[in-house]
Design a protein. Sequence first.
Length: 498
Amino acid sequence: RSVNAKIIIIGCGISGISAAHRLVKAGFNDVRILEATSRSGGRIKTGRLGNKIVEIGANWIHGPCEENPVFCLARQYRLLDPEALTPENQAMDIGGHPPWTPNFFGSSGGKLNAEDIYPAQQMFLELLNESSEFQGQKGEPWSCVGDFIRSEVQQRAEEQWKDIDATSRSLRLCVISNMLKVECCVNGAHSMDEVSLGAFGLYKTLPGNDCTFPGGYEGLIKNLMSELPSGLVTYNRPVRCVHWNNTEERGNPVMVECDDGERIAADHVICTVPLGYLKKHHSTLFHPPLPLHKLCSVQRLGFGTNNKIFVEFDAPWWDADCEVIYLVWEDEDAMVDEVPDVQRSWIKKLFGFTVLKPTERYGHVLCGWIAGHESEYMETLSEQEVTQAVTQLVRRFTGNPTVTPKRVFRSQWFHDPWTCGSYTHPGKGCSEQDLDNMMEPLPSKGSQSQPLQVLFAGEATHPCYFSTVHGAVLTGWREADRLISHYSSVRPFELRKS
Ligand code: 6YU
């Protein structure tokens, strides 16, 4: 059957596209997406470094297995390499940390011995697992993951590392600083001191060894878009305000006001704007404003910055089998993940590089990772200044004063006006309730007004897969299903205009 309800989706990222897909398939014939920019995909964005494909936003399918909708779609559209499709790859349980072959370099110049590093790495990974166990338990010893890890490392080092010399011990503590910086990137947080210990375990991983899209993540967007009716998306159409509980427009409870002044009446709006955008613009985006409990959750949840710096070399300075390079600052035995003087030493926050593989496809390209305020500062520098800082860094850690990058290109997610950062993490003081509040439609339950006027999708609204593409897809489907089941339970004479 065909349903004439007028539905507006704000944002043409993967969650908005997924919602539209589901609604159109279910027979809703008046669905529109309003997108602020000139493209679809949002934080799925594939670019080029020379003639090589690079991902500016989402990189991997985290946990490619049968339960992962992104994996299933990518397989259906034949977008994956054969290795990713094997049952062995789908069954591997990596717990969110792919078993990559590492190289470690030290700030005094040259490779570090992996044997000296492993005990610290091992201890850090154990503590990360333990950090996840406080969720729903109450009585966690610290409010944030950073404090918990530091205090436990201190205690455990006293017992387990008592027989090693001071220099080796200090190096292990510097490795902990490096791993804290890695976690800042994984979580999209400025510091692990901003990530809630009690809510850290809310995030769940799926089985499967993370894989990439050989032709670019945007292939997924292109395939999904090709199945939507043409003209469904209006580009370059930022929404300024969603007027809900609207009494002006007779019959339509919502009125969407665009930046160009156009006003569009709707029965339902699905809002998929990123949490970073919502934090900055909630007071003007909704009229009446968001209810207090929802607003508090928007503020409590964290939305930080994680950026990439792609660097191409003529020849590798890392091992042929190396998949990740860690840069260990040998003066950081205080277990720190923040840089004291951002303007002078922001580059110290860059934890290292992942190596783009296979080499036949990419040549010698590294992807540097940098999170937090240091990353936001990096965005303000010119490409030339970033290149200079990266060149100095690589020269220092390799001890080779002549190594020179061929090309450098970085992302700038914090200054993207429609994203305002990278992705969501459970900020200090967060709980499960905050994610429930995020996904709650307006008006809140129990109100006498027309239900389901504004629905919320997007990665920040998934209770356990926030910060991911699969989380975003599932939220789009969830909100589409909410409307589909609403209309299937409404008796036909109540179906206005249908
Ligand atoms: C994943 C990965 N990945 C790296 C980097 C980034 C992200 N993610 P969208 O923003 O896409 O769409 C909203 C649209 O709305 C957009 O088009 C706007 O233009 C538009 N809009 C805004 N305002 C508007 C207005 N007013 N009017 C109209 N339109 C408006 N995810 O699965 N694998 O490898 C990575 C990574 C650098 C930036 C990622 C990854 C996150 C995903 O990209 C992201 O979740 C989805 O694309 C979001 O889709 P959406 O539709 O919701 O929003 C505890 C613990 C936690 C541990 N977490 C660990 C998980 C690891 C996460 N890792 C990510 C890592 C990388 C590297």
